[in-house]
Ligand binder design. Structure first.
Ligand SMILES: [Zn+2]
Length: 136
């Protein structure tokens, strides 16, 4: 499962995903700054240890430099992201802004779940079809 947590709209939850973060706290590109800019870790091993994804627009970035500013990177690769457009840390968001972010996140999650369910159903339908054909 890619999304272990369904609470990734919370900065603290995003921070938790960086288990073996290659980022030093002293660098501009550290875990907290990455999480505050909307990223959570999607690393699967050593080779993609710095792979991170935006919880809202889904943009995935890797190859981070220690001097990178996560907000600037986010903006330059996904200017259309609603979180980038707000351009604020979670703690600085107005309640209405925070709610709209959470709402968008929930909509995205629901869509994804719907697509996954549809794929499963399609697979099942195909296997049933195959079985029926085999019986003829
Ligand atoms: Zn984004």
């Amino acid at each position: 499962m890619e999304n272990e947590s369904s609470l990734l709209f919370l900065v603290e939850e995003r921070i938790k995903t960086f288990k073996n973060g290659p980022f030093n706290d002293k660098n501009k590109c550290n875990v907290r700054n990455m999480a505050e800019a909307g990223f959570y870790s999607v690393a699967t091993g050593v080779e993609d240890a710095d792979a991170a994804k935006c919880f809202l627009c889904g943009k995935e970035l890797d190859g981070w430099e220690s001097t990178d500013d996560p907000w600037i990177e986010h903006k330059s690769h996904a200017a259309q992201c609603a979180f980038v457009q707000l351009g604020k840390k979670e703690d600085d968001l107005l309640l209405s802004e925070n709610l709209s972010v959470i709402k968008q996140y929930m909509i995205n999650e629901t869509k994804q779940m719907g697509e996954m369910a549809k794929e499963k159903m399609d697979k099942k339908a195909k296997s049933i079809q195959r079985k029926c054909l085999a019986r003829k």
